[in-house]
Design a protein around this ligand. Structure first.
Ligand code: SF4
Length: 355
């Protein structure tokens, strides 16, 4: 099913009045009942054998002034990450071309900033225009945005803006103190008002309680309209960050989180994001069964590991999953994509870009 079909009537049958109690009740369902419900909702809204694929490139790495306790890019965390200034536009476009050849329909560009400075704007606007000219969807994550910056990005052709809520409002102060929950909601509001699509989700495994996962999903689902894209990340513990030795989240709790997100946000793409490299094929398959229908390709997710692209293709083949294309009617495109993935699997572009 194409995205164009899904966007028409995107909001019909979507609820925005979820409360934490009823979401906790969903989490408490027997696992098989929860999976059945999630898969039923998934099939009502999507082709259950199709996954959308994006590529994420870090366009500016490290030295971020924010204090997100999970992040290797915060200047306050002593990690061995190599910093990198804003990449030249040509380098970004070269990576986007490669991503397109490898089957990505959306190119996401991430910068480790509190917010873009006015002097950065001409560069990022040019990147958006260039990637659009390649015929790809564009997404950026640059930190907080003012109304004016959101308008400029929309005018340049930016399709999606990513800004995660990260965790519940109740757990938030344990994780970040340099920007407020309301700052995040305000940025999402500016993005929406400018007319762009919203990509917003969170991270689980941050030492939060089960009720925090329910509360995060309530925040996301009650946004009006709901985010078109909802990344659910499993914490990748990075040495040198305050969360490096937090207790692991039980795998089934993660899968339940995907399933509940699918039920609450039936029309959104639920993205299986960071943490995928530590999940075996069976766990990823259960996430797809629970309703995840989007992933990132590429060896690095900003600065943490992501599975090799050829492993993803092999898993998709085992499961009979097709990648969602922008122009949905050409199986030739898909074949070309798979060939290009195999040809490009040893390309080091995506490694270098994020180091
Ligand atoms: S998550 Fe983003 S805002 Fe927070 S420290 Fe990392 S790069 Fe900066």
């Amino acid at each position: 099913m194409s995205q164009a079909v899904l966007s028409s009537g995107q909001e019909s049958n979507v609820r925005h009045n979820w409360n934490v109690k009823e979401v906790e009740a969903l989490f408490a369902l027997p696992f098989n009942d929860l999976m059945f419900q999630a898969q039923t909702v998934h099939r009502q809204n999507f082709n259950a054998n199709e996954v959308q694929v994006s590529t994420l490139l870090s366009i500016k790495t490290g030295a971020c002034p924010e204090d997100c306790k999970y992040c290797s890019q915060s200047a306050r965390n002593k990690t061995d990450l190599e910093k990198e200034r804003l990449l030249a536009t040509e380098k970004v476009l070269e990576a986007a071309k490669k991503a397109k050849e490898m089957g990505s329909t959306r190119f996401c560009m991430g910068a480790a900033w509190r917010n873009p400075k006015e002097r950065d704007m001409p560069y990022v606007l040019n990147m958006v225009k260039g990637v659009k000219e390649l015929g790809m969807e564009t997404c950026m994550t640059l930190g907080m945005l003012s109304k004016d910056q959101a308008d400029q990005l929309q005018d340049a052709g930016l399709d999606y803006y990513n800004h995660n809520l990260d965790t519940s409002p109740e757990h938030y102060n344990q994780i970040i103190t340099t920007r407020t929950y309301q700052d995040r909601l305000d940025t999402l509001d500016n993005v929406r008002s400018a007319g762009m699509k919203v990509c917003s989700g969170g991270i689980v495994g941050l030492g939060e309680q089960a009720i925090d996962r329910a509360s995060l999903l309530v925040q996301l689902a009650n946004l009006t309209p709901q985010p078109e894209s909802v990344p659910i990340n499993m914490l990748v513990k990075v040495e040198g960050t305050p969360l490096s030795d937090v207790d692991d989240l039980e795998s089934f709790d993660f899968i339940r989180c995907i399933a509940v997100a699918r039920i609450m946000m039936p029309k959104s793409h639920v993205r299986l994001s960071a943490g995928r490299s530590s999940m075996n094929e069976q766990m990823q398959s259960l996430c797809f069964l629970a309703g995840a229908n989007s992933i990132f390709y590429g060896c690095k997710l900003l600065t943490t590991e992501n599975p090799e692209t050829d492993q993803d293709i092999a898993l998709f083949e085992k499961l009979g999953i097709n990648t969602e294309t922008i122009d949905d009617d050409s199986k030739d495109v898909e074949l070309k994509i798979k060939t290009a993935v195999i040809d490009n699997q040893h390309s080091d572009l995506f490694h270098n870009a994020a180091q």
